[in-house]
Each structure stands twice: as structure tokens, then as C-alpha cells.
Ligand binder design. Structure first.
Ligand SMILES: O=C(O)CCC(=O)C(=O)O
Ligand SMILES: [Fe+2]
Length: 432
């Protein structure tokens, strides 16, 4: 059994002897790859200590940091939810240590992000570079902490943000990492206010008021879908959508399987309740504008014949008999009820459209015209699950079906929506 130690970070950070002792006490850090934990110094070179092997007086709750993180990362209903920071590791990077680009794999359905708190041991280099959606940010703890022995530097990010620690050039970079979870709904949020004069800056897409204005201006433009239409937005963050390793492995979906007499977890609702960051802002902004946003499943197919290229939006998984064969993805998703057959369309090239949902919804989707949908943010694979199947045409070919979740808005015709926007408070002007 490993010996337990008491670590006082602010002092250890400044006493060279303590730092050396800490370094010796750390183990080489491994990392997770393909469900295995491996040690590879070309990928990650750092020391680590597991939380069972040390104690510290530093409390992420008592510093008010959890509240700051909640306000900075979460919006809308999410922001009011209690979150927990689960201490994950102590990391120590000495000269030459680094950690190559990776994602922190969520370890449960409640985990949504990571928090890194860096202590004021002098160091140079060791920048944490974060990447998401083609953008890049640098968290330079060395610069933030330089000359301050009474500070910690922190960064929090969602689980779909790739990150990397650049090599430390001198000194020691010591941090604690935490897994961020949504806490059990029954436990009230820990209300510890952030310290005074601590300002949290939010990117604009996290601000529901700014998103609402942008969406309102866009839809007030008389050239945009004057007859109304369906707008779809890919979600920008990762939600716990079960993945299917192979077509026979439907176990991950079992808890969403509906039978005539058993209730099950509602996947759409659980995604909607977990919306975060810009996804939550968009949902909230659309609601505030009276646009009735919906999280829906989007199913597509890469088969070669035209029928199998069909795309659908739907809301619910199938109600199935208690028959083991019915666990097939085909049975789970092809509900054949409430499917809306859709096809990609481009703004400015709209067909005579109708905001009447029912004319496109059908129990026999192949004989109805496809409803045009306008993708406002490019489709991505963040919340997609895929399974292969053998398609039969002239020859048997291997095809795939994909299901993802997205946010869908039905824009009413121009005059109606402008009227609705006016009723939501602020005036909007129709731009010709
Ligand atoms: O040391 C850091 O800043 C990040 C560590 C990290 O990415 C991890 O432990 O997964
Ligand atoms: Fe990480």
C-alpha cells in the first residue's frame, strides 16, 4: 500500500527540497488509449499521484471555483444545476515533460468536462493548448502565475475539447485535475460565491441574449425563408449517446428500448436536459423567441441506391415487443412512425415550402416528398452512432446507417414570426 502524505501546495511550490521529494514520490503517468492504460513517454511524460495517495488542504469548493466554473461553462437551466469536481490526479511536469493532444474520456454519463488547477511553482513553458471547432486557445499558467506565490491558475473545458501540454522548459508545473460532473439532482447546489472582483468572461455564443439577437435578426430578414422552413443545427458538444461497437452489440441501447409496458430512459430528453455552452444558449434563445426548439434524431444512410440515401428526422425510439431479435438497430430506430423524410436544401434556393409539419410526416415515408432542411451549422460526428449493414442490390454491398441528435427549429412564415418576435418584447425590423 502506498504511504499517504500531506501536501501543502503553496509551500511545496517554493521549497526546492519539497519539490524534489514530491517528484520522487510521483509515479510515471500513463494514459488511456483504446480502453487500455499505457505508459508511453513519447506521448505523455509527467509524474502523477493518485488521489488515494495524498491529502491536501486545497479545496476547490471553498475557493468558490466551482461556482465560477459553473457560470463560465454552463448556461440557462444547466447553470443552476449543482456540479461536483471529483479529484482525479496530481500531475507534476518537470523540465521536458509534456502531454500530447488528447480528449479526457468521460467516465460516466454525468461527466461533462475537466478542471485543471495549477499551483504557483515557478516554471516556463508547459502551456495547455485547447482546440475545438477549428479554434485554438492557450492557457499559459507560467505567465499567469509568474511573480505570484499567492495565486492559482485554472482552466475548465468540456469533454470534447482536445488539449495538449507543451513541454515544460524549466521549473515545475504542478497541478490538480478534476472530473466535472453534474451532481445528483436531489442534492442542492453548493452555493459558495466566487471571491470578490473575480470576473468571468464568456464567449459570445455562450450568451443567450446575444444568440437571441443574432437569431432574431437573421429570421427577420425578408429574404430568409419567407414561407417558413426547417432549420437544423448540429450540436457542438458531446452528450452521452450510446455508441455501438458492432451491429450485434446493442447492449448500450438496451436501457432506451421501449416495450409496450415498460418505460425507459428518454434519450432525447436526457440530451435536452444536459445541453451545455452554445447548445444550451441556442435552445434557450429559440425558446425565448417562441420558436419551439426540439432535439431530434437525424438518421442517414450511405447506401448506394437512392432509397437508402434517405434521411429522416424523428423524435423517439421504437416501441418494441420483448423479442431479443428486436434489439437490432434497424428495429430500434426505424420506428416507421413520426418519421419526417428530409433532404438537404440551401438557403436562397428554397422550394415552395410549407411550415405544416404533417404534410411531410408519414407512416410510409418513401412515398412522400422529402421536407427540405437547412443546416445552419455543419453536421458533425460528435453525437453520432453508426452501424454497418449489408445492402442488397445487384451485388451485396456493405453500407452504414448513422444516427445523431440535432437541434431543430420550425421557422414560421415571415409575417408570423415577425409578429411573434414583436410579442416577445423587443421590436424587430423587417429588413428587405
Ligand atoms: O496538465 C494539464 O494541464 C492537463 C492534464 C491533462 O490533460 C490530463 O490529465 O488529462
Ligand atoms: Fe487531459
Amino acid at each position: 500500500m502506498a504511504a499517504c502524505r500531506f501536501i501543502d501546495f503553496p509551500t511545496v511550490a517554493h521549497r526546492v527540497g519539497d519539490l524534489d521529494a514530491l517528484e520522487k514520490a510521483c509515479e510515471a503517468a500513463a494514459f488511456g488509449k483504446d480502453h487500455q492504460t499505457i505508459l508511453d513517454e513519447t506521448y505523455r511524460k509527467a509524474g502523477k499521484m493518485d488521489p488515494g495517495n495524498f491529502m491536501t488542504r486545497f479545496s476547490v469548493e471553498l475557493t468558490g471555483l466551482l461556482d465560477v466554473v459553473r457560470q463560465g461553462l454552463l448556461t440557462g437551466a444547466q447553470e443552476k444545476k449543482a456540479i461536483d469536481a471529483e479529484l482525479y490526479k496530481l500531475n507534476l511536469y518537470s523540465k521536458g515533460a509534456f502531454f500530447k493532444p488528447h480528449l479526457d474520456t468521460p467516465r460516466s454519463g454525468t461527466m461533462f468536462g475537466s478542471l485543471v488547477v495549477v499551483f504557483p511553482a515557478p516554471h516556463e513553458g508547459g502551456e495547455l493548448v485547447l482546440r475545438h471547432g477549428g479554434q485554438e486557445w492557450t492557457f499559459d499558467s507560467a505567465r499567469l502565475l509568474s511573480g505570484h506565490s499567492d495565486r492559482v491558475a485554472f482552466v475548465a473545458f468540456f469533454s470534447d475539447v482536445e488539449h495538449e501540454v507543451l513541454p515544460v522548459r524549466s521549473g515545475h508545473r504542478i497541478n490538480l485535475t478534476y472530473n466535472l460532473h453534474f451532481a445528483d439532482a436531489t442534492s442542492p447546489p453548493k452555493r459558495i460565491p466566487p471571491p470578490d472582483r473575480l470576473h468571468v468572461l464568456q464567449p459570445i455564443q455562450f450568451d443567450p441574449a446575444a444568440v437571441r439577437e443574432a437569431l432574431k435578426n437573421f429570421l427577420s430578414n425578408a429574404e430568409i425563408l419567407p414561407a417558413g422552413g426547417t432549420l437544423a443545427f448540429a450540436l457542438r458538444h458531446v452528450y452521452p449517446i450510446p455508441r455501438m461497437a458492432n451491429p450485434w452489440d446493442t447492449e448500450p441501447w438496451r436501457r432506451f428500448k421501449r416495450t409496450p409496458d415498460s418505460d425507459c430512459e428518454d434519450l432525447i430528453r436526457s440530451v435536452q436536459e444536459r445541453l451545455k455552452g452554445s447548445d444550451a444558449s441556442l435552445y434557450e434563445a429559440s425558446q425565448a423567441l417562441g420558436l419551439k426548439p426540439r432535439i431530434r434524431f437525424f438518421l442517414q444512410n450511405n447506401g448506394s441506391d437512392s432509397e437508402s440515401k434517405d434521411q429522416f428526422l424523428f423524435d423517439d425510439l421504437a416501441v418494441l415487443d420483448e423479442n431479443p431479435h428486436e434489439y437490432s438497430p434497424y428495429a430500434i430506430f426505424r420506428t416507421k412512425e413520426g418519421l419526417t423524410n428530409v433532404e438537404d436544401a440551401k438557403l436562397g434556393e428554397e422550394l415552395a415550402d410549407s411550415s405544416d409539419n404533417d404534410s411531410y410526416a408519414s407512416s410510409d415515408s418513401s412515398h412522400r416528398p422529402a421536407r427540405p432542411i437547412y443546416w445552419m451549422t455543419p453536421r458533425n460526428t460528435l453525437n453520432q452512432t453508426r452501424w454497418p449493414y449489408v445492402g442488397y442490390g445487384n451485388e451485396a454491398t456493405l453500407s452504414s446507417e448513422y444516427v445523431s441528435v440535432c437541434l431543430v427549429l420550425e421557422a414560421p412564415p415571415l409575417s408570423e414570426r415577425v409578429e411573434a418576435f414583436a410579442a416577445t418584447g423587443t421590436r424587430s425590423e423587417v429588413k428587405a
